[in-house]
Design a protein around this ligand. Sequence first.
Ligand code: NAD
Length: 136
Amino acid sequence: MLKQCPTFTSPSPFSLHEDGVIHVLVTGGAGYIGSHAALRLLKDGYRVTIVDNLSRGNLGAVKVLQELFPEPGRLQYIYADLGEPKAVNSIFSQNAFDAVMHFAAVAYVGESTMYPLKYYHNITSNTLVVHSSGTH
Ligand SMILES: NC(=O)c1ccc[n+]([C@@H]2O[C@H](COP(=O)([O-])OP(=O)(O)OC[C@H]3O[C@@H](n4cnc5c(N)ncnc54)[C@H](O)[C@@H]3O)[C@@H](O)[C@H]2O)c1
């Protein structure tokens, strides 16, 4: 007789609102500010989802957080680019977030003067994608 794996039948804790648990989406959570914010949130008992495309950050930081907080429903990492509205919409529809801390960005002054459009897209435009998905 076949036994179904429970993960196929039970919904992910990240997809449900749970009394007393605040679920925070941390964009750019593999980066400097985002990973420290995620650590603080996890230490304070929040549920955390990190979304990062690893263009600048360090997956090692996420792995350290996963080792520190291995319990189910504490931390999940999703690889995604915030410039892809379909992916961002799907993340918002599959997860029950209570708050968003948006740190995904590019942040070098010199580079921003050489490639202003890259900065415009990855900061201004992508922030609107996150805002729009989060409010629908
Ligand atoms: N580092 C500082 O001292 C400092 C101080 C004040 C404000 N800030 C601001 O905080 C924010 C984050 O800075 P940081 O120093 O942590 O930068 P960082 O480069 O270390 O982290 C940014 C993270 O965002 C990710 N990312 C970038 N574009 C993405 C995209 N399109 N989709 C998904 N993930 C993406 C990168 O992979 C990286 O992990 C920036 O807006 C910066 O201006 C930083």
